[in-house]
Design a protein around this ligand. Sequence first.
Ligand code: E4P
Length: 219
Amino acid sequence: FHLYLDSADLAELKTCLPHPVVHGVTTNPTLLKRAGVGRGDVPGLLKRCLDLGARQVQAQVYSSDVDGMLEDAKVLLSHFDRGQLVVKIPATRQGLDAGARLIAEGVPVTWTAVYAPEQAHFAAQLGAAYAAPYLGRLEDAGVDGLGLIAQMQSLVAQRPSPRTRLLVASIRSREAYLSLLALGVGAITIPPRLFAELLDHPATLAAERGFLADAGDLT
Ligand code: E4P
C-alpha cells in the first residue's frame, strides 16, 4: 500500500515528512498555484521532498496536446533519477497517447482525473503505475464515488499480472480513507492536515498523558 501526501506547500509537507508510513508526495497545477510555487520551482520542491524521505514524487504535465505533454515530462524528468518521479497526466484522449509513449520508455505514469471505470481499465491495459480517481469530486457530482471506485478496483486487480494501483485522491475525511482501505485500493493521496488527524488519535494522546503522569510518579 502506498500512502501519498497531496500538497505543494513545503512548510505543510515538512510537518509530516519524514514519516515511515508515507511513500511519497503528489502535486498538480492547482496545488502549485495554491502554494505559490512556479513551474521552475517544482523540481526543487520535489527534490526537497525526496531529501525529506519521500520514496517517489509525482508532478503533472501542464499541456493538453501530446507533444506538449511529452516536452513537459521530459523537462521534469531531467531533474530526477530513474523511477523517482512519476509523471501525472490527465486521462484525456491525448493524455492516454502521451502516457503510453512514456511507459514504453520505462517512465512511471499516473493517469489522473479518472472519473469512470473504463478509464482505470485503459490505464491498467497500458501498464500505468497508477490511475487516480477523485473520490470527493465524484461525490460532489452526486454519484456513488465509492461504488465507482470499487468497480475500478476490481478492473485493475483482475488483470493477469496487476501492476496498476488505484491512487485515490480528493479525500476529505477519515471515514472516506477507511472506506477506501476496505476496498483494498493500492494507494491513496491525502492532504497533510488529514494525515495529522489519522496520526493523532485523541484517546491515544490522552492515554499517553496518563502513562507519562504515572511514569513521573514511579520511584
Ligand atoms: C488531486 O490531484 C487533487 O489534488 C485533489 O485530491 C483534489 O482534492 P479536492 O477535490 O478536495 O480539491
